[in-house]
Design a protein around this ligand. Structure first.
Ligand code: COA
Ligand code: MG
Length: 296
């Protein structure tokens, strides 16, 4: 299992930030070519991204590139000019329909054919952050074999519908829920919106936990200092791991005796809870957290 808890952005035209990010213990870095880069600096950003991809050691970190909007005329050159660096995936911003993903897919296919790379080798990721994108979230989630996640962008979404942002986020709750449900219905991952608060760790922690509780697998962020808080929010606690381990052990013991539903520590347990516990253990193992052996 590959963890995608933390997804850190940095402007593609900042070699310094890319270099810093490569040295971090972060799950995913996103070198940006879209809104984080001024129009006059797109070419330079593409060059510094290829250079970073070719020469920096990112360790275990996945390397994604965010291209420009799939309806414009920049995204083709974004892909063509960064393909030589072989990023792990391309993030597509402002995806509003399945056709937006497919338009990018056709360019990826052409580029893969040209460089002789495995067809479909490059992952793609769809940022859902428009009103149309939220309405079409399920068709987007199913639009391509190479799509590994939907990501929800609350700031652009709020701008698109004319909502006013609050810390509590009631104005984006529907869209945030729609995106995670669509992703899970299609069997792919969901990454939550970023927290723009650069001062309060508490606001970030609360926002991260809220996303995890909704079913999100990870969260986007824009500053290295957010990474650790996000990991803590998405990693199961020692208590959750221990509970899951006891539950799975009890389940296995009951299976041997032929009981499907059983009483575990005062609560009825059946398959969905066993699966949830198995997921907790898988995440704990992937994060190198200890999973104690437990007897039923
Ligand atoms: N990735 C990697 N390193 C980063 C970083 C990021 N996203 N944000 C900050 N850093 C580095 C800085 O370079 C600095 O290191 P240095 O002093 O050795 O150069 C250190 O972390 C502390 O940075 P700080 O001074 O707190 O922030 P800043 O004022 O330099 O930058 C932002 C603030 C918001 C401009 C910056 O965090 C950033 O560019 N974030 C990403 C924005 C982005 O990509 N937006 C588009 C997607 S939504
Ligand atoms: Mg944006």
């Amino acid at each position: 299992m590959r963890l995608r808890r933390s997804v850190l952005f940095m402007p593609g035209d900042s070699p310094r930030k890319i270099e810093k990010a490569a040295a971090l213990d972060v799950d995913v870095v996103v070198m940006d070519l879209e809104d984080g880069v001024a129009a006059a600096r797109k070419e330079e950003a593409r060059r510094s991204i290829v250079d970073a991809l070719k020469h920096l050691d990112f360790g275990r970190t996945e390397r994604w590139v965010r291209i420009n909007v799939p309806t414009g005329d920049l995204f083709r050159a974004d892909i063509e000019q960064t393909a030589a660096g072989q990023p792990d995936g391309y993030m597509i911003p402002k995806v509003s329909s399945a056709e937006d993903v497919r338009r990018v897919e056709r360019v990826l296919e052409a580029v893969e054919a040209e460089v002789g790379a495995a067809r479909g080798g490059r992952a793609s990721l769809a940022l859902v952050e428009t009103a149309r994108g939220v309405v079409n979230a399920f068709e987007i989630a199913q639009s391509s074999e190479r799509l590994v996640a939907l990501l929800f962008g609350a700031e652009d979404f709020a701008g698109d519908v004319g909502a006013e942002r609050t810390v509590e986020g009631a104005e984006v709750a529907y869209a945030r829920g729609a995106v995670v449900v669509a992703a899970k219905a299609a069997g792919i991952e969901a990454i939550d919106t970023l927290c723009t608060d650069l001062k309060s760790t508490e606001v970030l922690a609360r926002d991260s936990v809220a996303g995890r509780r909704m079913g999100y697998d990870g969260k986007m962020c824009i500053h290295p200092k957010h990474v650790e808080t996000i990991h803590r929010a998405f990693d199961p606690t020692a208590e959750q791991i221990a509970h899951a381990a006891r539950l799975v052990a009890a389940f296995e013991a009951h299976q041997e005796r032929g009981a499907g539903v059983f009483d575990f520590e005062g609560k009825m347990v059946d398959m969905p809870m066993v699966r949830a516990a198995e997921k907790v253990l898988a995440r704990a193992r992937a994060a190198n957290l200890v999973t104690p052996p437990f007897e039923a």
